[in-house]
Design a binder for this molecule. Structure first.
Ligand SMILES: *[C@@H]1O[C@H](CO)[C@@H](O)[C@H](O)[C@H]1NC(C)=O
Ligand SMILES: *[C@@H]1O[C@H](CO)[C@@H](O)[C@H](O)[C@H]1NC(C)=O
Ligand SMILES: *[C@@H]1O[C@H](CO)[C@@H](O)[C@H](O)[C@H]1NC(C)=O
Ligand SMILES: *[C@@H]1O[C@H](CO)[C@@H](O)[C@H](O)[C@H]1NC(C)=O
Ligand SMILES: *[C@@H]1O[C@H](CO)[C@@H](O)[C@H](O)[C@H]1NC(C)=O
Ligand SMILES: *[C@@H]1O[C@H](CO)[C@@H](O)[C@H](O)[C@H]1NC(C)=O
Ligand SMILES: *[C@@H]1O[C@H](CO)[C@@H](O)[C@H](O)[C@H]1NC(C)=O
Ligand SMILES: *[C@@H]1O[C@H](CO)[C@@H](O)[C@H](O)[C@H]1NC(C)=O
Length: 665
């Protein structure tokens, strides 16, 4: 059945100008042979830290969000989940912890991606799993900021993650990537294939290179060993098109990262358009959204660029945004392993359609008529095009010629959610003499299908939105053993983990510890020192208190307020930073890199002993206390005006934090 497109197209388009507008006829016939195999619609968690706040939702809200994402015949019913293989480094909206911080370290219970993959599998055992690194712990590069200096080490590190997924979580990873949106190395890809095979992981397929169509396609054509190693050519933000060399490889072509658009009605329009047109224009058989769920502070880069929004675990509020229902139009009525029918896919008066079959008589047709201004994605730029209302007649042939009715599902996107129709069941639509005719309007999505299992999941409204609590404390003593991170802390450089020292004084047995001791092989410019943010970006006046324990002579710790930048911009973060260093000095700086010194002096802080820092910010007046005594005061601060609270270290060294407390007014 795999024809890989070398067939002569058997579609035809007969235009019949209807009185009121244009109209087209479209033939759907499986007897002429099928087109490519469909591989699924999915989304990315991570790249980076995009699901950070999701884990901190209380039940039942957390399960409800997961149901909207993964549960079959309920919401988005995703068919693919792609996760970041945490690399201890900044990967867009935060850092995600590695399973191997150090060469002799292995731990498969860090972060939230393991948990998320299990929750996805629990709901849909057939969901496909993909792992992709954005960054790597420093030891993988053996001192070089480059993962291919020692490709054997990198392959070992990646395959270890796949083995750990199975061993500790019974998760079978289906696909593995190379290095997100960065260089690839043919030698490394071959070595990765070899290492997988040696571990009897032949079933794990390789996607390359999660960047552009070239040069990977060209090299796959040129190098037969590379051709053997690579299973899927994955491109990012392809703008629905591919290139000749990619087609010539005869490989599966995927849009392995796409969307990344604010999740309003236009974002939903973007998603509807690319879900169809990535196949119609670019022969792609899977499309994967960045990102799965916007579960990170909204002021971080690409705020709310998830299929839905769950960024308020403290209130329980979340939003099922329209991209969820656009996804359902495809995912609830197809499965990976179905085949596309050979069709041109372009509607006469603009818009597109695709048709898929399971090869057992089921048929699903998805139609979209997105207009230009209603379907722009964040990238690439969208050239002008026109769509008009039109009549479309589908002629069902081959196995489908005897169908008498198709279930119809309908969405119409307006510019505000309140007026949009989202994934509405219109019941069965009669097929008469193998024909079905629709009057298509603008910005609409239709599904016509033989499947009767579609369902629009509905749950009670979650609680109303609330700002982050203005008085917040964590002594790190009460912890959910499933997670390594303290609630709401969003690491931006370095990794902050729960730590236990049974021989420590009783009130410091359970702490939070920064554990990255070497600069990672980075994906973007991580800060020179580590930082974890928390709270409300709008905070202005606040008192932050935290106990710190510097473990090394090269260490140092800070607490900060009004931190104004993070994510990929973390290196430019400004704020008011109160540092203590093991040489006994303190500093107050206006930036994370400690270059803009506002005040400095002696504090007497030593390593391996606990100290309590307090930072008081009131209007333009900043002051600081050490162990409850005023250490410095009257430092004038005008900028930034507001921002998150934060804790962090002076370098990549072990440092512990305890009894964190913030009071905002
Ligand atoms: C790619 O898609 C186009 C348009 O549907 C089709 O004509 C062509 O045969 C396809 N090519 C391959 C190699 O699949
Ligand atoms: C369609 O799919 C359903 C559910 O997977 C299956 O039971 C049925 O046999 C398939 N074929 C037809 C013609 O409905
Ligand atoms: C959309 O809804 C808003 C209120 O929710 C209303 O004011 C507006 O007229 C509606 N627009 C259309 C086109 O129906
Ligand atoms: C659809 O077909 C059924 C059964 O043939 C018939 O009873 C019904 O009236 C038809 N509905 C429409 C809207 O044509
Ligand atoms: C654990 O606590 C003991 C006793 O206070 C101390 O000597 C040791 O340095 C601590 N270890 C760490 C890693 O904090
Ligand atoms: C912060 O405190 C200053 C000084 O008390 C006050 O003028 C200002 O209104 C406060 N700002 C906010 C947002 O509370
Ligand atoms: C801060 O300013 C206040 C009011 O001007 C003054 O009373 C106080 O002594 C100053 N404190 C320090 C530590 O300079
Ligand atoms: C600044 O705040 C500190 C601590 O609250 C206080 O002691 C000091 O007097 C304030 N300075 C001014 C000028 O208000």
């Amino acid at each position: 059945m795999r024809l890989w497109g070398f067939v002569v197209l058997a579609w035809s388009v007969a235009s019949s100008a209807a009185a009121w507008g244009k109209g087209g006829s479209y033939w759907l016939d499986d007897a002429v042979g099928l087109a490519r195999e469909f591989d699924g619609i999915g989304a990315v968690s991570g790249g980076g830290a995009t699901s950070r706040l999701l884990v901190n939702y209380a039940e039942p809200y957390r399960s409800q969000i997961l149901d909207y994402l993964f549960k079959p015949n309920f919401g988005a019913a995703l068919q693919i989940l792609k996760v970041e293989i945490g690399g201890d480094a900044q990967s867009t909206d935060g850092t995600e912890p590695s399973h191997m911080h150090y060469e002799d370290d292995e731990n498969y219970f860090r972060g939230y991606e393991w948990w998320l993959m299990k929750e996805a599998k629990k709901r849909n055992p057939n969901i496909k799993l993909i792992g992709l690194p954005w960054a790597f712990p420093g030891w993988v590069g053996r001192g070089e900021n480059w993962p291919y200096a020692h490709p054997d080490v990198t392959a070992y590190y990646i395959v270890t993650w796949i083995i750990g997924a199975k061993k500790f979580h019974d998760l079978d990873i289906d696909y593995i990537g190379i290095w997100n949106e960065r260089s690839f190395d043919s030698k490394y890809i071959k070595l990765l294939r070899y290492t997988l095979d040696k571990q009897e992981l032949q079933r794990v397929r390789i996607i390359a290179s999660d960047n552009l169509w070239e040069p990977i396609s060209f090299l796959v054509l040129l190098d037969s060993e590379l051709r053997e190693a690579v299973d899927i050519i994955g491109a990012h933000y392809p703008g629905t098109t591919t290139v000749l060399n990619a087609l010539l490889t005869q490989k599966k072509l995927w849009s392995s990262e796409d969307y990344s658009t604010f999740n309003n009605e236009v974002g939903a329009g973007c998603w509807a358009r690319i879900l169809n047109q990535n196949f119609v224009n670019g022969n792609m058989t899977a499309t994967i959204a960045w990102n799965l769920v916007a579960s990170y502070y909204e002021e971080l880069p690409f705020g709310r660029c998830g299929l839905m929004t769950a960024q308020e675990p403290w209130s329980g509020q979340y939003t099922v945004n329209p991209p969820i229902w656009v996804t359902a139009h495809t995912t609830q009525f197809t499965q990976p392993g179905w085949y596309y029918l050979q069709v041109d896919g372009h509607l006469e008066a603009g818009g597109s359609y695709v048709a898929l079959t399971d090869g057992q008589g089921n048929l699903t047709i998805i139609i979209e008529t997105m207009t230009h201004d209603h379907s722009e994605c964040i990238r690439p730029p969208l050239l002008p095009f026109f769509v008009s209302p039109q009549k479309a007649t589908f002629h069902l042939k081959g196995s489908f010629s005897k169908l008498t009715a198709l279930q119809m599902w309908y969405s119409k996107l307006e510019f505000t959610s309140s007026n949009s129709t989202l994934f509405q069941s219109l019941g069965p639509k009669n097929v008469s003499e193998g024909m079905v005719t629709l009057n298509l309007g603008l910005d609409e999505v239709y599904t016509l299908t033989t499947l009767t299992t579609g369902h629009k999941g509905r749950l009670p409204e979650p609680p109303p939105s609330q700002p982050f609590p203005s008085c917040y404390k964590d002594d790190f003593n009460i912890r959910d053993p499933s997670f390594s991170e303290a609630p709401y802390f969003a690491d931006q450089t370095g990794v902050f983990e729960y730590f236990m020292n049974t021989s420590a004084p009783q009130d410091h047995v359970f702490t939070l510890r920064q554990v990255v001791t070497q600069r990672p092989v980075t994906w973007v410019a991580d800060a020179r020192n580590t930082l974890s943010i928390i709270g409300n970006y709008k905070w202005v006046n606040l008192t932050i208190t935290c106990d710190v324990y510097i473990e090394s002579d090269n260490g140092g710790a800070f607490i900060a307020g009004r931190v104004n930048k993070a994510g990929i911009y973390v290196g430019d973060a400004q704020g008011i930073f109160f540092w203590v260093l093991p040489d006994g000095t303190y500093r107050v700086t206006g930036d994370l890199h400690g270059e803009n010194v506002l005040m400095k002096g002696l504090a007497g802080v030593r390593t391996k002993s606990w100290h309590t820092l307090t930072l008081i910010l009131t209007g333009s007046n900043a002051s600081g206390m050490l162990n409850g005594n005023l250490l410095w005061a009257n430092v004038t601060v005008f900028y930034p005006k507001n921002g998150w609270a934060a804790i962090g270290t002076h370098s990549f060294e072990l440092t512990q934090f305890d009894n964190f407390q913030v009071q905002a007014s």
